[in-house]
Design a protein around this ligand. Structure first.
Ligand code: ADP
Length: 304
C-alpha cells in the first residue's frame, strides 16, 4: 500500500497542554480520508504540523515516504495543497485575480489554466464580483481552486463543510468526489460531524484527546454498523414468514411495526412482503448507527 501521509507516535505539547498524544495514522494514496473528532480533539493541530506550519514536539511523519526532517520534504510538500481553517483570499479581488496572484506566487510562466480551474470549481460565471461578496461555499471552492493551482495530488481540508448551507455542502461534496475520481487527488478532510463525510469518505480516522482511537475503511465501517430499516405494514398475518424470507435479522416493535438490520433495498423488501399479501405502509432507512458507532468509540462521551 502506498501512502501520501504516514504519522508515527506524533505528539504536540502547548506549554502544559498535550494537544497530540503519540498519534499514529495512515492516509493511503487515492483515499478520501475522513479525519473525525470533536472540537478540540487535535485535528487542526495535526493539519498545521503536516502542512509545515508548526513542528511536532515528538514523533515522526512522512509525506510520500519522505520523513519530515529530511531535506527532500520541501519537494514532497509541493505535491500537497491545503486550506487550514479558512482559505486565505484577497477580498477586494475577483476569483480570477485571486488565482492570478497565486500563479505569481508559484512562479508560473503564464496564466494559462485559470479559466479551466474556475470552471472546475463551479466559479466560471462569477465574472468581476469581488470575493468579499462571495458566499462561504464559493470562498471554499475558490480556496480549492487556489490549492489546485500548484497541481497537488494530495489536498488537506480543515472543516471545509463547517458553516455551509445544504446546497454548499452538496457542491463541496461533488467537487471533492470529482477531483478524487478524475484527477486521482487524495484528500484528508477534517470534520467534527461524521454524517457530513459519510457520503464521501473511503477511509476514516477517529481522533479524540490527541489520539487516533481507530482507523477503518468505509467498507469496514458499513459492515460494523449494520443498516437499520424501520417499517410499518398493514397486517401481521404472514409477517414473520415474510421477514424470515429476507434472511436478515429483525425485531418487531409492535404487531405492525419493526426494524430490519442489514442490506436490502426498499423495493426488494416491498416485493417480498407483497408476495405474502402484506403492504408496506411506512418505511425509513436509519443512519443513526454510524453516529452510534462513533459515540461508542468515544466511550459514550460525545458532547457535539
Ligand atoms: P480541533 O481542530 O480538533 O478542534 P485543535 O487542534 O484546534 O482541535 O486544538 C486541540 C487543542 O489544542 C485544543 O484544546 C486547543 O485549545 C489547543 N491548542 C490549539 N492551538 C494552541 C496553541 N497555539 N496554544 C495552546 N493551545 C492550543
Amino acid at each position: 500500500m502506498e501512502y501520501c501521509l504516514t504519522v508515527d507516535n506524533l505528539s504536540k505539547q502547548y506549554r502544559s497542554y498535550l494537544a497530540l498524544d503519540s498519534l499514529t495514522m495512515r492516509v493511503p494514496k487515492g483515499a478520501i480520508y475522513g479525519f473525525i473528532g470533536k472540537n478540540g480533539a487535535g485535528k487542526t493541530t495535526l493539519i498545521r504540523i503536516i502542512c509545515g506550519l508548526q513542528p511536532p514536539t515528538k514523533g515522526d511523519y512522512s509525506l510520500y515516504g519522505v520523513p519530515y526532517n529530511n531535506r527532500d520534504i520541501c519537494a514532497a510538500r509541493k505535491r500537497m495543497g491545503g486550506i487550514v481553517e479558512t482559505p486565505a483570499l484577497y477580498g477586494q479581488m475577483s476569483a480570477c485575480d485571486n488565482l492570478k496572484q497565486q500563479y505569481i506566487i508559484l512562479g508560473k510562466p503564464s496564466f494559462e489554466g485559470i479559466e479551466e480551474l474556475l470552471d472546475l470549481v463551479g466559479l466560471k460565471d462569477v465574472g468581476k464580483k469581488t470575493v468579499k461578496n462571495f458566499s462561504l461555499g464559493m470562498r471554499q471552492r475558490l480556496g480549492i481552486a487556489i490549492a489546485l493551482a500548484g497541481d497537488p495530488d494530495f489536498i488537506v481540508l480543515d472543516e471545509p463543510i463547517n458553516g455551509l448551507d445544504p446546497q454548499g455542502i452538496v457542491e463541496m461534496r461533488e467537487l471533492i468526489l470529482k477531483l478524487n475520481k478524475e484527477r486521482n487527488i487524495t484528500f484528508l478532510i477534517s470534520s467534527h460531524i461524521l454524517d457530513e463525510l459519510a457520503k464521501l469518505a473511503t477511509h476514516y480516522g477517529f481522533i479524540d484527546k490527541g489520539k487516533i482511537l481507530k482507523e477503518i475503511t468505509a467498507k469496514e465501517l458499513d459492515e460494523a454498523c449494520k443498516k437499520r430499516i424501520a417499517f410499518k405494514v398493514d397486517t401481521q398475518n404472514g409477517l414473520c414468514a415474510a421477514l424470515d424470507e429476507t434472511g436478515l435479522q429483525y425485531k418487531l416493535t409492535s404487531p405492525l411495526e419493526g426494524e430490519l438490520y442489514g442490506e436490502i433495498s426498499i423495493s426488494e423488501l416491498s416485493d417480498i412482503l407483497k408476495s405474502h399479501g402484506i403492504t408496506l405502509v411506512k418505511v425509513s432507512e436509519k443512519d443513526e448507527s454510524l453516529e452510534a458507532y462513533y459515540i461508542n468509540l468515544l466511550g459514550g462521551d460525545s458532547n457535539d
